[in-house]
Design a binder for this molecule. Sequence first.
Ligand code: AMP
Length: 214
Amino acid sequence: MNIILLGPPGAGKGTQSAMLVEERGMRQLSTGDMLRAAVKAETEVGLRAKAVMERGELVSDEIVSALIDAELAAMGPETGAIFDGYPRTEAQARALDEILASHDRQLDFVIELEVDEDALVDRITGRFTCARCGEGYHDRYKLPRQEGTCDKCGSHEFKRRPDDNEETVRTRMAEYRAKTAPILPLYDARGIVRRVDGMAAIDAVKQGVDAILD
Ligand code: AMP
């Protein structure tokens, strides 16, 4: 099974991916995570991507498609892939078709998480994660049960993404509207797009996703 989770920043792609990974043994391929790791490690790709990401603009198609290709090459054929935050442009969508074909895979579904953009700024600017295990939290909607301690792994260190500020979020939304939303008709024409209400509670969104995949 190979699926794309599509939706603007803050729609819940990462949250839903994490649950699919845990319950279905699929693999999350998040170009955002890969790029953040490259920035942290100060690789050549990271050095090129850092400023672009801080502005909320898109990194070049070649860079992200190469990252995806390398990850798929390292995966066993039986492991399903969840594309999270990729493709984000028409050129990436075309590249993904070629990459999948070269790895004998095909796309099963594109799941669009439909959300209200105004609510997203509120969601994104409050989010933070455990620095050790990556568990996601939110200042207003999901604080750790015990203040300052991760529910999942007990760590006391948390982090926030530098691009989760209002100004950058607005740019990321504009990029989504201008470059990513237009790839949906491509997949609609193939009859593989499914839509889920991304404004619902996390569990309800998950049920919607499960109903598509089961
Ligand atoms: P994300 O974690 O998916 O919100 O991505 C964070 C940032 O990484 C984006 O705002 C872009 O600057 C960059 N990025 C991630 N994925 C892509 C992609 N598929 N194409 C271009 N830039 C990307």
